[in-house]
Design a protein around this ligand. Structure first.
Ligand code: NAD
Ligand code: MG
Length: 396
């Protein structure tokens, strides 16, 4: 092996068929001397997974839905690529000593196990799967610490904060400000949102993402989850985290230092940039992400979030303050509620409502184990499944 090849980072992409997964493979394809995809996983879209395998020639592919794995036509896979199934397949890839970086791009709390095992093996983990940090942030960060693993953010806001923070010491940070596009319903009142369905909620103005996070952006639950994510990733107090609506999605967050200096990270809304930064960190290399054209930039806007119309955001602050089991409960209730909303079973405005109800009624524990968190996650989902809508036409 020559020197250049020896420097290539060997990357496992969990959830490679999703929006983040595809962007990640695009970054890898643009930096063939530096990055190599050695493992890929998909839940059910095995044909897309096999197409990716043809292009990237990984050592392994894993299909995580065992029912789908039975239907796969393995003859379509290059014999040099090993076919793996389920969580055991994920475990085999992320714990292999030859793997350098694991990208967690699985959606929802299903991403927890792969993230956990990768950290346990001391890997560098590029975390897109924010749900894992919301659910079990303190345990995840403690595990990384114990095992000498590195957690790098992929979420654009957290990548921006991470990048800006490099120009000072942690104790010099006064606060961070997370930007939010405001989603497709920015400027609407609750009255306007009583009857909105999946089609309208899935029409995001600036980002192209998977369906769950797109609905989270419409409720502002995504920003609530990101407040909790920032709390654990950077060890910030909830009072140090603010949210501002910035519809153009060019300023990806900013950090204010003790002396009043504010540093921001700017780029067009293109996830390939924060993904690449995590994959090549601490180096910066030319890559495929779109660049800012100053001649095309118009005016940027910054507004206070509308807490009345989007009560989900406040839930994020409450969860960041209380910690314990709250993150797992909010995350699971939201996942279950979004899936019922997408199935046409739950009105849009019921998403934050059911999340609050489940959160307020759960048995709080301040220092849960991972097993307890998995149990409260299950219970919260059951509660949401039982929830009957009591939607009253709102007049606000
Ligand atoms: P997506 O729906 O496009 O893709 C999800 C991926 O996860 C797919 O590869 C799918 O096969 C896999 N998957 C789904 N259910 C699974 C299960 N039960 N077990 C194993 N794998 C499963 O989602 P996305 O938009 O790419 O988001 C992925 C993660 O990244 C989410 O946690 C999201 O919050 C986060 N994120 C996404 C963006 C974005 O721009 N899309 C930005 C920031 C953070
Ligand atoms: Mg984000």
């Amino acid at each position: 092996m020559n020197d250049q090849l020896a420097e290539r980072r060997r990357v496992v992409v969990l959830g490679s068929t999703g929006s983040i997964g595809q962007s990640c493979l695009d970054v890898i394809a643009h930096l063939p001397d530096r990055l190599q995809a050695v493992g890929l996983s998909a839940h059910s879209r095995w044909r897309d997974l096999f197409d990716q395998a043809r292009r990237h020639q990984p050592r392994w592919v894993a299909v995580t839905d065992p029912k789908v794995a039975d239907q796969v036509d393995r003859r379509q896979l290059d014999p040099a690529t090993e076919f793996l199934i389920g969580e055991d397949g994920i475990a085999k890839m992320v714990t292999d000593p030859d793997v350098d970086v694991v990208v967690t791009a699985i959606v929802g709390s299903a991403g927890l196990r792969g993230t956990w095992l990768a950290l346990e093996s001391g890997k560098t983990v590029a975390v897109a799967n924010k749900e894992t940090l919301v659910m079990a942030g303190p345990l995840v960060m403690a595990l990384a610490d114990q095992r000498g693993a590195t957690v790098l953010p992929v979420d654009s806001e957290h990548s921006a904060i991470f990048q800006a923070m490099r120009s000072g010491h942690r104790h010099e940070v006064e606060r961070v400000v997370l930007t939010a596009s405001g989603g497709p319903f920015r400027g609407k009142s609750k009255k306007n949102l009583v009857h909105v369905g999946p089609e309208e909620a899935l029409r995001h103005p600036t980002w192209r993402m998977g369906p769950k996070i797109t609905v989270d952006s419409a409720t502002l639950m995504n920003k609530a989850l990101e407040v909790v994510e920032a709390r654990w990733l950077f060890g910030l107090e909830p009072e140090q985290i603010e949210v501002v609506i910035h519809p153009e999605s060019v300023v990806h967050s900013f950090v204010e230092f003790k002396d009043g200096s504010v540093l921001a990270q700017l780029s067009p809304p293109d996830m390939r940039l924060p993904i690449q930064y995590a994959l090549t960190y601490p180096e910066r290399l030319p890559g495929p992400a779109r660049r800012i054209d100053w001649r095309q930039l118009g005016t940027w806007h910054f507004e206070e979030p509308d807490h009345e119309t989007f009560p989900a955001l406040q839930l994020g602050y409450e969860v960041a303050r209380h910690g314990g089991t709250c993150g797992a409960v909010l995350n699971a209730a939201n996942e279950a509620a979004v899936s019922r909303f997408l199935a046409g079973e739950l009105p849009f405005l019921d998403i934050p409502r059911v999340c609050r109800a489940v959160l307020e009624n759960h048995h709080y524990s301040p220092r849960p184990t991972l097993r307890e968190l998995i149990e409260v996650d299950r219970r919260a989902r059951r509660e949401v499944a039982r929830w009957q809508t009591t939607l009253i036409e709102t007049t606000t």
